[in-house]
Design a protein around this ligand. Structure first.
Ligand code: PRF
Ligand code: ZN
Length: 376
């Protein structure tokens, strides 16, 4: 094992936009960036087999500390030989640290300097998550990239609250570094917070950069703020991060935001969007969103996306998929999930090719026009 488990190789920057083409090297293989990470919260990308995710071209998936701690428990996964072996995924895994999930899923949260007290959303029991506990769980899971334990305040938050939160998140990041027991084969990323306040983004980035993490995430965005605010925060924050390390924008996965994030120097993204909307029959296509449940598709015997070469589009019609989704058949969800995940992997391939050819700005225009983002 090399001395640094996570290494970023910058291939080139797009002359038109400044977007970065790169490769992230991990103990479980390398993946090209900008990359989209499918989400496998419960140690499965919902309804999909690992082989299917690989075939779409994904080199890394995301999983969650919070969920796997509550069920089945990190001890069991450790005993199984780690998360890769437990779920039969031999490429890279990134685990989120749990703080964000505690805030979005559990009741009765109380934040203290030590950590967060909350109630288990499955059985109501009292639990406590701290930087040390989040590291213990992620060390047991054995993910290639671990995330520091942070606080992601809701939008909008006051400047005073956000400042105190950023300072606590920096102290928690120090404690994560201290508690990390496998620095030889697991990389720990810091998470920049600060909401919509440039001064606090700067303070957060400065604190975390001084701790010398092998990569940095930008958290606290896509939490309900208008898109122009997210883009402005990215423009402000990415230049504060070291250019020889990967940058990860947490929880972003709409096609327009993936392109706009890449243009602002982001290398990695994750989001439940493709699998979540698949479950109610919504698909991302080259012509925009298709809500396949709509009555107008009842006799539409064409594929979801005429330009797509995924398994779903090669073999099934909108009318059939509509029938399956309306009849609550799980195969319908497999088909829409397959398409949506393939669509985003394919979008990222196109983004990388456009960077290679110094034309990501042109690609953005063409894509937005076809997808319908330019319509009023
Ligand atoms: N922090 C962590 N996970 C996250 C976020 C964050 O700020 C977000 C924000 N979009 C998504 N997931 N730890
Ligand atoms: Zn398809």
């Amino acid at each position: 094992m090399s001395e640094q488990p996570i290494r970023y190789e910058l291939i080139k920057t797009c002359k038109q936009t400044g977007a970065r083409l790169g490769i992230v090297h991990t103990p479980h293989g390398s993946f090209e960036t900008p990359a989209f990470m499918p989400v496998g919260t419960q140690a499965t990308v919902k309804t999909m087999a690992p082989e299917e995710i690989k075939e779409m071209g994904a080199g890394i998936i995301l999983s969650n500390t919070y969920h796997l701690w509550l069920r089945p428990g990190h001890e069991i996964i450790k005993e199984a030989g780690g998360l890769h072996k437990f779920m039969n995924w031999d490429r890279a895994i990134l685990t989120d640290s749990g703080g964000f999930q505690v805030f979005s899923l559990s009741d009765m949260r109380k934040i203290t300097e030590e950590g967060v007290h909350f109630r288990n959303h499955l059985n109501g029991s009292k639990m406590f998550l701290s930087p040390e506990k989040a590291m213990e769980i992620q060390n047991a899971l054995g993910s290639d990239i671990m995330m520091a334990f942070d606080e992601c305040p809701p939008f909008p938050a006051t400047y005073e609250y956000m400042k105190a939160s950023v300072e606590r998140t920096s102290r928690w990041a120090e404690r994560c570094l201290e508690a990390h027991e496998r620095p030889q084969d697991q990389g720990l990323f810091g998470i920049v917070q600060g909401g919509e306040f440039e001064e606090l983004r700067k303070q957060s980035a400065r604190d975390l950069v001084s701790m010398d993490f092998p990569g940095y995430a930008i958290g606290g965005l896509s939490v309900g703020e208008p898109k122009p605010i997210m883009n402005r925060m990215l423009e402000y924050t990415t230049p504060l991060l070291p250019s020889h390390k990967p940058r990860y924008l947490m929880g972003v996965g709409s096609p327009d935001s993936l392109i706009d994030g890449a243009i602002r120097g982001i290398d990695m993204f994750d989001c439940v969007l493709p699998t979540r909307i698949a479950r109610n029959g919504t698909c991302m296509t080259s012509q925009g969103r298709v809500v396949v449940k709509n009555a107008k598709y009842a006799k539409d015997f064409t594929p979801l996306d005429p330009e797509c070469d995924c398994y779903t589009c090669k073999n099934y019609t909108k009318a059939y998929i509509r029938h399956l989704i309306k009849a609550d058949e799980t195969f319908g969800i497999r088909l829409t999930s397959t398409h949506n995940l393939h669509f985003l992997q394919n979008l990222m391939r196109q983004v990388r090719q456009a960077i290679r050819e110094d034309r990501l700005g042109d690609f953005r225009e063409e894509f937005f026009e076809q997808y319908g983002f330019n319509k009023p």
